[in-house]
Design a protein around this ligand. Structure first.
Ligand code: AMP
Length: 628
């Protein structure tokens, strides 16, 4: 039911001590992020209740300063020509180097008299350095608001190991334009290794496997007395998580082209919906044995669903994983090493959250890779370690203490929304958004639980609290940010705050490690043993909630929409509504699914009629979590 992206961050409580002296910045192709050294460890900098991640996207509007980050990304679909992304691919390059790249991107590029690429937006030309400077400035701004004071201008910036001198110089220039002082440019794989404290080994070999959204690389490093050396690097600048999405989107394309013709699948709204649905499904498959590919194009009267099992997804994408392993083989051969000579394997990039990637990489190198840190943050964290060392800081061995069990809250229907996953490094913090289920609901009960089971009744209760004083609002309108924070001592505090009114409530649960090892083990085993049954019970609970939301939305909107609908559609919808009510009383997953699908189809005409986004999505059975 969350509306905010879930972000698990290694973020300790703010300290009263003086702020950091330098930032570590991961200037990425799709996202950028800053981290800094605080309270004896590197932490990602993010303003309260928000992610620190800045999408590396710039939008030039009709007037005013350019938009950077999330707001800019929102314009990519409506105004692609004036929305620039993937700028990193052009850093320090000439037009001839990037001709292929340009063919796939929606914007125009030229070359200036010095052979530097310039990208065009709204009739003006910008060098990649200027554009990257805008991103860096935004990252600095986000860091300042996280720190509550102006962030330092000294920084360490990371670049891929394969960047040549010109590309590195272009990165330095971008920082200078942004008013930042670069202490050092560091290789991304080196930064990731630093984040794991691998520099503290006397000697050894590290493989860093980085699968991002659109790029893949693997780098073999040697360490000797704390100094890293790149032995080899291989990869594919056009292989990433997006390709995995494409395979799922293809399932939808083939099925819907057969049903509705080729014209539909060429529709940009369809393509966008397919991409989003595919990514959503892929991410869910990282934690669930099966997930739904759910695609809606209301103006075309299309609501399409298909369940995808993790096995099927892994078969569909097996060749992509093989390509990454082939690159590992080449990198090892260039470094003249055998897989057994690699002492540590580090995973970087969101794509490495896919279980199949973790499994295959572990098999390939014959050792379990490091996954304790968030793969999207590990490079920025390592840059912060380097920044700390360069400003005279000392660091002791990083202590990676982790939460033994997942923590979450009970949501509608008795399911558990896990907010901090087991094995997250502490201290850590995660925020997820929730909303109200009923109209005029003025209080929300929170039940905080611990465990791996899918239903709250099978987990251990850590505490309960109530958020009161919400103003009466329609269901789905409240914006309640629920924040879990575990400090370095393992004390969990949970707070809930409604964003528009500021009403809040909180509870401390201390200490979190109140369980013996045997109890933790028992709870983990119960999680595995009941995985199948739990999954069905959870599906039923979620489906009942989904149908409940659709029933409420239909009852609320049907009268208003009646005049605009033909008689047959109304009868259809009323019929489906009655049947959904019957089904919602049961717990048979197949019957619930059928009722939900029929209901969804019957509600399409009403959904297309309604302009209100929230009402439309609720009618379409979209979980409130996805209502933006
Ligand atoms: P990055 O460029 O490192 O931020 O990686 C982004 C890529 O990671 C995108 O393709 C995401 O869809 C993918 N990604 C993020 N989280 C997950 C997840 N839980 N499971 C699978 N892929 C993910």
């Amino acid at each position: 039911m969350g509306y905010v992206e879930l972000n698990v961050l290694n973020n300790p409580a703010p300290s009263a001590a003086a702020g950091p002296l330098a930032l570590g910045i991961d200037l990425g192709t799709t996202n950028s992020l800053a981290a800094a050294w605080r309270d004896g460890r590197p932490v990602v900098l993010r303003p309260e209740g928000r992610s620190g991640l800045v999408p590396s996207v710039i939008h030039f509007g009709e007037g005013g300063p350019p938009l950077v980050g999330r707001e800019a990304r929102d314009h990519a679909v409506v105004d692609p020509r004036n929305t620039l992304f993937s700028v990193k691919r052009f850093m320090g390059r000439g037009l001839a180097d990037v001709a292929q790249e340009l063919a796939t991107l929606p914007y125009t590029a030229t070359e200036n008299e010095r052979g530097v690429v310039q990208l065009e937006a709204r009739g003006r030309r910008y060098t990649p350095e200027e554009l990257s400077a805008l991103i860096l400035r935004k990252v600095h701004e986000v860091a300042s608001s996280a720190l509550g004071a102006a962030a330092p201008t000294k920084c360490v910036i990371t670049v891929p190991a394969y960047f040549d001198d010109t590309q590195r110089q272009a990165t330095r220039d971008a920082a200078r334009i942004a008013g930042l002082e670069v202490l050092r440019i560091v290789n991304e794989p080196t930064a990731a290794s630093l984040a794991y404290g691998l520099d503290q080994r006397d000697k050894g070999h590290v493989a860093v496997f980085d699968l991002g959204g659109g790029t893949f690389d693997v780098t073999i490093l040697s360490i000797e007395d704390g100094v890293f050396r790149v032995l080899s690097t291989h990869g594919d600048t056009h292989l990433g998580g997006d390709d995995f999405d494409q395979r799922l989107a293809e399932l939808a394309r083939v099925a819907l082209a057969a049903e509705h013709g080729d014209e539909l699948v060429r529709d940009p709204a369809f393509q966008q919906a397919a991409r989003q649905a595919a990514e959503h499904c892929k991410v869910e498959l990282s934690t669930q044995p099966e997930a739904e590919l759910h695609l809606m194009v209301p103006h075309k009267r299309i609501a399409w669903r298909r369940r995808v099992a993790r096995d099927e997804f892994e078969r569909l994408t097996a060749d992509l994983v093989e390509r990454t392993l082939a690159a590992c083989r080449r990198a090892l051969s260039d470094a003249q090493l055998q897989p057994t000579e690699i002492d540590e394997v580090v995973l970087v990039g969101g794509g490495t959250r896919m279980p199949v990637v973790r499994r295959r990489v572990a098999e390939f190198f014959g050792r379990i890779p490091h996954t304790e840190l968030n793969p999207d943050e590990v490079v920025a964290l390592g840059a912060a370690v380097q920044a700390h060392i360069l400003t005279g800081g000392r660091r002791d061995m990083l202590l990676l203490d982790v939460t033994p069990l997942s923590l979450g809250i009970e949501t509608m229907g008795g399911a558990v929304s896990k907010i901090i996953q087991r094995n997250s490094t502490i201290p850590c913090e995660a925020t997820e958004g929730f909303t109200t289920y009923a109209d005029d609901q003025t209080a929300i009960d929170f039940h905080v639980v611990q465990g791996e089971r899918e239903l709250a009744r099978d987990c251990r209760t850590l505490g309960r609290f109530k958020l009161r004083g919400l103003p009466p609002m329609p269901a789905g309108m409240a914006r309640v940010a629920v924040r879990f924070h575990i400090d370095a001592d393992g004390v969990l505090s949970v707070s809930a705050k409604e964003q528009s009114t500021g009403v809040s409530a909180h509870i401390d649960v201390a200490p979190m490690h109140g369980l013996t090892d045997a109890e933790v083990e028992g709870m983990l085993q119960a999680g595995y043993a009941h995985a199948q049954d739990d999954f069905a019970a959870r599906r039923a609970a979620d489906l009942r909630t989904e149908i409940g939301t659709m029933i409420q939305a239909t009852e609320k909107n049907l009268n208003a929409g009646r005049a605009g609908l033909d008689k047959e559609s109304i009868l259809d919808l009323e019929d489906a509504l009655a049947r959904a009510k019957v089904a919602a009383a049961g717990s048979d997953v197949a019957a619930l699914q059928r009722a939900r699908d029929e209901f969804e189809r019957a509600a399409l005409p009403l959904a297309a009629l309604l302009m209100n986004n929230v009402a439309q999505k609720a009618l379409m059975g979209k979980s409130l979590g996805e209502v933006g």
